[in-house]
Design a protein around this ligand. Structure first.
Ligand code: ADP
Ligand code: MG
Length: 675
């Protein structure tokens, strides 16, 4: 059903929804709230607490005249009361508020109470003498020109008009046998839950259905891959490699390499995830695996998510492998055509060596007739079908995925199917903890003075900005342009600065990054392009502007850019508009350097509602999956799985509509793996 068939949606509004990826009424129904505002605390004036939101029923006693402030700002104050006492209500920049209010009337009010102003700030309110606003308020993904209230009403309308039974993937008999609520009930509850308990049931039952389809699809694909051949490697003497390495491996790195080696020497294709926190030294382990492969006369490929990172790997590899006689073939989008051509040609001729590039490595139709191993770095895309794609000729390559994303073991096994996991728990010796500090904008002078001192010691620093260009809104203050200008003014004239962001041309990026690597730039003002993998051990400070704009996991990644050498390193998180909750979030980083711990705390702090359900696959959606499995959905799905696997073995097919859902999921897998 076209969106415009809903009341209140014209062509213009439909275009806005299109930007959210919603084109039909069916999609609108499937676009569940991102989180739910907890409006379940009903209290009296007497029971109000600093910083706590609450629902109250109040009588309006007095309306004060609006106060108009410079810059189109205004303040509207009113006095309200219940039997237990009086309280002020303040609205900022909503001078029209007073017009609709009547002294003596009763209102239901929902808002946050602040001790400092002794007032409820910017509450929502409606005329009512009962707590009509109480409950769980759905909060949807919005875009410009689309308000939540409107979105909520549209969801209600669509829920009425769209036949919801089409979303059921289980045969009706099975649904009843499994003791599940109807799909209609679950969809309605996801949009308009009556309580947290009901919301949880709806989420669990819907998530379990998704898990079931996912697991069944994964099972079908796994079968295809299992039947594939791979190159079986023979053992080689690793001594030259380990001698050439400028350090000896930590126990964790050694153990990981042993696991990889035994996979490679077996006759089943490896599909292993090497997980280690930022700075744990995954690259050296990956290079060891590549060495083993190349010494077998085969080809190895390393794919990085960005050109910057690919280039860094190329430099490290060239230095390490040159004396070992292993050929390194750079394959970058920006490389001269001739060089690319040569890299393609040597690949096609089946010469052994290590090819390093971005994932363009495989999209250009390069043939690797003797591909033995594919390593993807910080690339959260894996899975059986991806390997299917890398298959050249009869055999598929071994694959190794490097990731800093902390992934709980139980989850990996079920979510990622046949993926084995190696983990490096410790960091290389001699690293000191990274001093982490949460400050606000007033500290900028001191930060610059601190940078000056570090530069004096010969160290380098990053300044991370959430934006490239200046803009009207408050983030403009933290644009690269403005931050660079302020640093230029605040630092001594001899300091050399560079900027790095995605909009620069590839050559410019390379020039800046090479200069930073070589120590010719003191301060690199950059966007999060430096987030993954960048390794410059001489950089000892990272300053992050408007830090509350970033996720904790991302901040942890960014922080991992420092603390890579022997010197003491520092991470300064500058909060832009520090609210107590955002400060609490940032302080998690002050206290912990453990990626697992941080991810767990992040999940806990984001609150229950936000954790439920997304449509993503792979590691990016993994934490949502974790939330799903916490709700018991995974266990449910596993129970059902057994029944359907048995049915499949017996009857050779799945019942409808499940069969169609699994087939669709399978094709979705391939899209994801191929894009
Ligand atoms: P990540 O796991 O984040 O990819 P890297 O592989 O980039 O980490 O390694 C981080 C830094 O630690 C690099 O500069 C690397 O040379 C160094 N390193 C790795 N392993 C060791 C080790 N065993 N001893 C000393 N330094 C090491
Ligand atoms: Mg890395």
């Amino acid at each position: 059903m076209d969106l415009t068939q809903l009341k209140g949606i014209g062509a213009k509004k439909a275009a806005r929804f299109a930007r959210l990826g919603v084109d039909t009424a069916e999609q609108l129904v499937c676009d569940f709230p991102r989180r739910y505002e907890d409006r379940t605390r009903i209290c009296s004036v007497e029971e109000l607490q600093e910083g706590v939101s609450a629902v109250l029923v109040l009588r309006l006693l007095r309306i004060y005249p609006a106060v108009y402030l410079p810059g189109r700002r205004s303040l509207q104050r009113v006095l309200m009361a219940d039997d237990s006492g009086e309280v002020q209500v303040i609205w900022h920049n909503q001078p029209y508020r007073a017009k609709s209010l009547r002294v003596g009337e009763c209102y239901c009010v929902y808002g946050i109470y602040r001790d400092k102003q002794k007032a409820l700030l910017d509450p929502v309110l409606e005329r009512s003498d009962v707590p009509s606003l109480a409950g769980l308020e759905p909060v949807y993904a919005l875009c410009e020109g689309l308000r939540n209230g409107e979105r909520k009403k549209l969801a209600e309308q669509a829920l009425e008009k769209v036949p919801l039974s089409q979303f059921e993937i289980l045969p009706e008999g099975d649904r009843c046998a499994f003791g599940l609520r109807s799909i209609e009930w679950s969809y309605r509850t996801r949009h308009k839950p009556a309580s947290f308990e009901e919301l949880q049931i709806a989420c669990r039952e819907l998530d379990a259905r998704r898990w079931l389809v996912y697991l069944l699809a994964l099972g079908r694909i796994k079968e295809i891959v299992k039947r594939s051949l791979c190159e079986t490697l023979r053992p080689v003497d690793m001594t030259p490699f380990f001698t050439a390495l400028p350090f000896s491996l930590t126990a964790g790195q050694q153990a990981a390499f042993q696991e990889i080696q035994s996979d490679l020497l077996s006759d089943e294709p490896m599909n292993r995830l090497l997980q280690g926190d930022v700075g744990s030294g995954k690259t050296a382990v990956a290079f060891a695996a590549a060495y083993l492969c190349v010494q077998n006369g085969l080809q190895a490929a390393l794919m990085a998510p960005t050109e910057t990172l690919a280039r860094q790997h190329i430099k490290t590899a060239q230095k390490l492998f040159a004396p070992l006689g292993v050929a390194i073939h750079p394959l970058l989008g920006a490389s001269p055509a001739k060089e690319r051509q040569r890299a393609f040609q040597t690949a096609a001729e089946g010469e052994s060596g290590l090819w390093i590039g971005t994932h363009a490595l495989f999209s250009d139709g390069v043939a690797f007739p003797k591909l033995g191993l594919v390593i993807t770095d910080e690339q959260h895309r894996f899975g059986v079908l991806q390997r299917k794609k890398l298959q050249q000729k009869a055999s598929i390559p071994h694959t190794l995925v490097l990731s800093a994303t902390p992934i709980p073991r139980t989850l990996t096994l079920s979510a990622l199917g046949d993926l084995s996991l190696s983990q490096i728990a410790e960091r290389p010796p001699g690293r000191q903890p990274i001093g982490t500090y949460v400050v606000d904008g007033r500290y900028e002078k001191r930060i610059l003075a601190f940078l000056e001192k570090e530069f004096e010691k010969g160290h380098q620093a990053y300044f991370v900005c959430p934006r490239i260009d200046d803009s009207e809104d408050e983030l403009g203050h933290w644009s690269i342009v403005n931050v660079a200008a302020r640093c230029q003014k605040g630092l001594s004239a001899k300091r050399r600065m560079g900027v790095l962001h995605a909009q620069l041309k590839a050559e410019e990026k390379e020039a800046v990054f090479t200069a930073f690597r070589n120590g010719e730039i003191d301060l690199l003002v950059a966007t999060t392009v430096i987030e993954v993998g960048v390794d410059v051990p001489n950089a000892t400070v990272i300053v992050i502007g408007a830090a509350e704009r970033f996720g904790l996991a991302q901040l942890h990644q960014l922080r991992g850019r420092v603390g890579r050498g022997a010197g003491k390193s520092h991470c300064i998180l500058v909060a832009q508009s520090p609210s107590p909750s955002s400060l609490e979030r940032l302080r998690v980083l002050e206290k912990s350097e453990d990626g697992f711990e941080i991810a767990r705390r992040d999940l806990a702090l984001r609150g229950a509602g936000e954790r439920f359900g997304t449509q993503q696959h792979g590691v990016s959606g993994l934490y949502d999956r974790l939330a799903q499995s916490e709700s018991g959905a995974l266990e449910l799905a596993r129970d059902w799985m057994q029944r359907y696997e048995a049915l499949l073995a017996e009857a050779g097919s799945l019942p409808e509509p499940l069969a169609t859902a699994v087939a669709q999921e399978k094709s979705r897998f391939s899209e994801i793996a191929l894009n």
